[in-house]
Design a protein around this ligand. Structure first.
Ligand code: SF4
Length: 687
């Protein structure tokens, strides 16, 4: 069916629904561009014509039946979609009906001009890289300027949901943020749960690509088919909780057509471009690693609200519903599910401490003598705790905790998670779960990553003890650490040095041989001297010392893989990483990893997108996503040395177990990994 110019104009005039949705719903097989001409709050007219490559593809499809330019047409401004603040041009590309699981559309926002455009995504691209990380990596490779300064306007900031978002599949309410990291200078990916992904998907886009920088602080309102740019001058300086409250209240008051919205925002740390600032949502959830909040701050974005009622089509909704129902039924007695639900991630404190791999006293020890004061038992005893879940989750790993006694009585927080407990409890030796919750709360409000915050606090303690800096701070000193976190967020004194990240700080303080990081990102709470596969995880991850790309601590701790094994480990690791790369493309919660083995992933892919993929095909898509990520990093100057571990892990044995990982073991793991990935000895994927 070919639509006519008058049908297009009717869509515009009626204002019934957003243009692309309306026409795509009619299975149009014509590609065209619409340019709307409008000025302050009034749409003056519309011109429909063919432009660029879209014109060629349109001509290919419809042959002679082309749409000529239409004359300007007067329109009412009653459609909120087009109520814009000032003159700008919108290019809306309409395409054929998208493949199942996708909208087939990307929103591009140019902050320099405060303008946006909507562009189609080719099905072929979606089939080969799926959504989420796969799509975002491809966009970064194709459109981010090579060598760009991460805090410059040219660095793209990308938000994506996955093909599974909005479906009944459990663990599907997560979104991803992608950019070039100011913390590492390399590929940045960070994911968050809560409720935002559903709202993000409701706007009708698979990804949102933000370029440029606003002249003034702004918050963006992204809704069905349009973007509003609001001044955020009154929000600037506020903490993340107040910012989220204020933006949600504004939407509630001014957008009666929506009941709820999802909000991501930065705190003072993001405003001040602290290299490990986060984008926070739902108060306590965050895209926490690699400094995505600093990139938002560099663009003068204080917050983004997402709302809309778009629903994308899934290939087989009945299949997905049955799948979700039977999974929930079957998982009721699953010991892993029960453990997450009853204790949350703090259960790992006991497990890691027993294994001698609980990083303590800035990575000098693997066991903490006061672990019982900061473990899951202590949390549940000393706080009122309720299990708390993201949307579409029956596991409810979150702990909604309210402190019962002491100086922080009444403080409420979702957490602390294991990683925060390790970073402040283990590394900084804070022997009180309430005080860890207090430091967690400070980081959340300021909008900073707790893993980097705890690592940098512990490094500062060492620097102070060794006389490298004139600053009073020591292990266990909660208030000094709290002050330091504030100093970092506002870049006061040594806080300005620390805000630039661990690589810079270690250089300034002549502590390169002591600072623990890979590519500028501090590790999570799993010591690779005990869990050797975590050494490979930290070395190989594109974003630095990351524990999540393969979550290899899981098979090593549960006895599936011997932690000491070196031979053949990279092959097992690669398979885990491939499976979890599909998780990142679909944006599924990591904690469903035991429930979603390859067969289940295959069902999810079939039910959402209609694609029938076997393990080999899924692994091949995952491998191409990992290859593309690697290509991005190599283009940004990554060297083989940066795939290694900090030297301390090779030289300092853990005192309790005498465990160490040798440089040769690490080299073998990395070389085997390159081979398993089909890369050459320089770690380069095939061209
Ligand atoms: S397991 Fe935890 S992080 Fe994952 S979806 Fe459920 S509540 Fe969210």
């Amino acid at each position: 069916m070919v639509i006519t110019g008058s049908q297009v104009m009717e869509c515009l005039r009626s204002g019934k629904s957003e243009l692309g949705h309306h026409i795509i719903g009619k299975k149009v097989d014509l590609v065209l561009d619409i340019t709307l001409i409008h000025s302050r709050k009034k749409i003056k007219g519309a011109v429909c014509n063919f432009q660029g490559k879209d014109a060629q593809s349109a001509e290919k499809i419809v042959g002679e039946q082309t749409l000529g330019p239409l004359p300007p047409y007067p329109l009412e401004s009653s459609n909120p979609l087009f109520q814009l603040n000032w003159r700008r041009t919108i290019n809306i590309n309409l395409g054929v009906k998208p493949m199942y699981g996708f909208y087939g559309r990307i929103l591009k926002i140019d902050l320099n001009e405060e303008a946006f455009s909507i562009e189609p995504v080719d099905d072929q691209i979606l089939k080969t890289c799926l959504g989420g990380r796969g799509l975002a990596t491809r966009l970064l490779l194709d459109h981010n300027p090579p060598g760009v300064d991460p805090l410059s306007p040219e660095n793209l900031l990308i938000f994506a949901s996955g093909p599974v978002t909005g479906s009944p599949v459990w663990g599907s309410c997560r979104h991803g943020v992608f950019t070039k990291s100011p913390q590492t200078g390399y590929f940045s990916e960070s994911y968050s749960g809560g409720t935002v992904a559903e709202h993000m998907s409701g706007t009708g886009f698979d990804a949102m690509v933000i370029s440029g920088a606003a002249e003034r602080p702004v918050w963006l309102e992204i809704c069905e088919g349009t973007v509003h740019f609001h001044s955020a001058e009154d929000l600037w300086g506020r903490d993340t909780f107040k910012t989220e409250d204020n933006v949600k209240e504004w939407v509630k008051q001014n957008r009666p057509e929506t009941k709820k919205c999802g909000v991501v925002c930065i705190g003072p740390a993001g405003e001040n471009k602290v290299s490990f600032a986060v984008l926070e949502n739902d108060y306590w959830r965050s895209a926490g690693r690699t400094g995505v909040g600093a990139v938002a701050g560099s663009k003068n974005i204080k917050a983004i609200a997402f709302w809309g009622n778009r629903k994308k089509a899934f290939a087989d909704v009945d299949l997905l519903k049955d799948f979700a129902k039977s999974l929930a039924r079957g998982a009721r007695e699953d010991p892993g599910v029960k453990a997450y639900k009853s204790m949350g991630t703090p259960m790992l404190v006991d497990i890691m401490n027993k294994a001698g791999a609980f990083p303590t006293r800035y990575w000098k020890k693997g066991k903490y003598e006061h672990f019982e004061k900061i473990n899951a038992g202590a949390l549940h005893e000393r706080c009122e705790v309720q299990p708390h879940a993201c949307l579409k989750c029956f596991m409810a790993c979150g702990r909604l905790s309210t402190i019962k006694e002491g100086r922080h009585r009444g403080l409420k927080i979702e957490g602390p998670e294991y990683e925060t407990i390790y970073a402040f409890g283990g590394l900084c030796e804070i022997d009180s779960i309430e005080e860890i919750a207090y430091l967690n709360d400070i980081c959340d409000r300021l909008g900073m990553d707790t893993i980097s915050g705890g690592n940098l606090a512990a490094l500062t303690i060492e620097a102070s003890r060794q006389g490298k800096i004139d600053y009073q701070i020591d292990y266990g000193q909660v208030d000094s650490i709290a002050q330091l976190l504030e100093d970092i967020a506002y870049r006061r004194g040594i806080g300005d040095t620390l805000a630039r990240g661990i690589k810079f700080t270690a250089g300034e303080w002549k502590m390169e041989d002591q600072a623990i990081h890979v590519k500028g990102l501090e590790p999570a709470g799993y010591d690779p001297r005990v869990l050797k596969g975590m050494g490979l995880a930290y070395g190989s991850s594109a974003r630095g010392a990351c524990h999540l790309r393969a979550t290899f601590y899981k098979p090593e701790l549960s006895g599936i893989v011997d932690p000491e094994q070196i031979d053949g480990k990279a092959e097992i690791f690669t398979e885990w990483e491939d499976r979890l790369t599909i998780f990142d493309a679909f944006i599924l919660c990591r904690f469903y990893r035991d429930l979603y083995q390859w067969d289940k992933l295959s069902t999810i892919i079939k039910g959402t997108t209609g694609m029938e993929l076997d393990i080999g095909e899924m692994r091949s898509i995952a491998a191409s996503i990992v290859d593309n990520t690697r290509r991005f990093n190599l283009r940004e100057g990554l060297t083989l040395q940066e795939d290694g571990l900090p030297k301390r892990f090779f030289r300092e044995a853990l005192p309790e177990t005498r465990k160490i990982i040798t440089e040769d073991q690490m080299k073998q793991l990395m070389n085997d990994y390159y081979r398993a990935r089909g890369w050459n000895e320089k770690g380069e994927p095939p061209k």
